[in-house]
Design a protein around this ligand. Structure first.
Ligand SMILES: NC(=O)c1ccc[n+]([C@@H]2O[C@H](COP(=O)([O-])OP(=O)(O)OC[C@H]3O[C@@H](n4cnc5c(N)ncnc54)[C@H](O)[C@@H]3O)[C@@H](O)[C@H]2O)c1
Ligand SMILES: [Zn+2]
Ligand SMILES: [Zn+2]
Length: 372
């Protein structure tokens, strides 16, 4: 039976998000119906609202959802009704990247995450009997219910039974990306220098992960002093304000250069400065979204002769089932205290939550959608 739900409709940045009635479709065999408890808000939601990414409007966004399974399709084995789950991105499961357990680089990523409908073209959501774009990252979590796919759901392990779902909700995007970039993509080594440029959700997760990896020093750069203070609390050994000659200060601190640099700002000048700080056999990881016209300049001899790597990173090379569980275990052990980034808002305060994210006062806004 179709499910009535309330969803926050995005109609572009000239309009506030509006919570309206929608209907969710019956499940296909590989799908789950999830009652949403909470959802984080991420910059990618806002990039889509602002039409920086080619995703159709109007649409129900949200891709950091957590909730409780109410119903499963006949082929679902990842979770059963009553299970607590977190959601992440979707993937096809049949391309060379998916076969290689690298689903963040799925050849069909767009179709499975950004098309506004299921990969077979059908609608998971309607409004007044008409198609409503949804299935965003296989979930569209800014709603009271979501239809998700077997491949983008992770069951919360029993060891985390005491941790509220609303806290776990943001784990499937920015947190996983920053931590995965350090632990899985760049494979930061103990005792080596690490600097992150941009200390938002992704950068803070990277700082916590760099501490887990044993990097030293761990340097955080931002333009916001409050964020730098928090980065220090989370494990940064040094923090520098980008407006205050951070590049010269990092050179002074690491005269032989940086072993690992990680850019989360997407700003050309920041990335090129980070490249200039690298040492032999170093890695510069890139995740920040930038404009389609932005081009980077590097000297080829410098890149080659020092064996530097410039690495594009999506989703921190995460796989859903293993890495999300690993991060939850780090959280339980007190090594990944991401609750310090979160501020909660009621679902109907979604526009206030977005504003708090955009003015920099809140690192990770999380919407409370229904009680657990
Ligand atoms: N590649 C991926 O898989 C992936 C996944 C999630 C997010 N992202 C992208 O990563 C980026 C970071 O995400 P976030 O959620 O952490 O965003 P955020 O806005 O919270 O963090 C960016 C930080 O950069 C800081 N900053 C701005 N200018 C700076 C400068 N000149 N020098 C240093 N710091 C500066 C800001 O103050 C802010 O704290 C976004 O572009 C987002 O779209 C990519
Ligand atoms: Zn995101
Ligand atoms: Zn794939």
């Amino acid at each position: 039976m179709p499910t009535n739900a309330r969803a926050a409709i995005c109609r572009g940045n000239e309009h506030p998000f509006a919570i309206e009635d929608v209907v969710l479709d019956d499940l296909q065999p590989n799908e789950l119906k999830i009652r949403m408890v909470a959802s984080g808000i991420c910059h990618t939601d806002l990039a889509v609202r602002d039409k920086q990414l080619p995703v159709p409007h109007p649409i129900v966004l949200g891709h950091e959802g957590a909730g409780i399974v109410e119903e499963v399709g006949s082929e679902v084995s990842v979770a059963k009704p009553g299970d607590r789950v977190v959601m992440s991105f979707n993937s096809c499961g049949g391309c060379p990247s998916c076969d290689d357990n690298s689903p963040t680089y799925c050849y069909e990523f767009f179709k499975y995450n950004w098309d506004g409908k299921r990969p077979d073209g059908s609608s998971t959501m309607t409004m007044d009997g008409e198609h409503m774009n949804a299935s965003f990252f296989g979930q569209s979590s800014f709603a009271t219910y979501a239809v998700a796919n077997e491949r983008n759901v992770a069951r919360v392990p029993d060891s985390a039974a005491d941790i509220p779902l609303e806290r776990l909700s943001p784990i499937g995007c920015g947190l996983m990306t920053g931590a995965g970039a350090v632990l899985r993509s760049m494979k930061v080594r103990a005792g080596m220098s690490f600097a992150v440029f941009g200390s938002g959700t992704v950068g803070m997760a990277a700082v916590m992960a760099a501490k887990i990896a044993g990097a030293n020093p761990i340097i955080a750069v931002d333009v916001n002093d409050d964020r730098l203070a928090l980065a220090k609390e989370l494990g940064a050994t040094h923090t520098f304000n980008a407006k205050d000659d951070a590049i010269a200060k990092i050179s002074e601190l690491c005269p032989k250069g940086l072993a690992y640099a990680f850019d989360t700002t997407g700003i050309n000048k920041v990335i090129e400065d980070a490249f200039s700080l690298l040492t032999f056999k170093s890695v510069l990881g890139l995740v920040g979204a930038s404009g389609p016209e932005d081009m980077l300049e590097f000297n080829e001899i410098t890149l080659m002769s020092q064996g530097r790597t410039v690495m594009g990173i999506l989703g921190g090379d995460s796989d859903i089932s293993n890495f999300l569980t690993e991060l939850i275990e780090y959280h339980i052990a007190g090594q990944f205290p991401f609750e310090k980034l979160i501020e909660y808002f009621d679902f109907d305060q979604i526009n206030e939550a977005i504003e708090a994210s955009e003015d920099g006062s809140v690192v990770k806004p999380v919407l409370r959608i229904s009680p657990e």
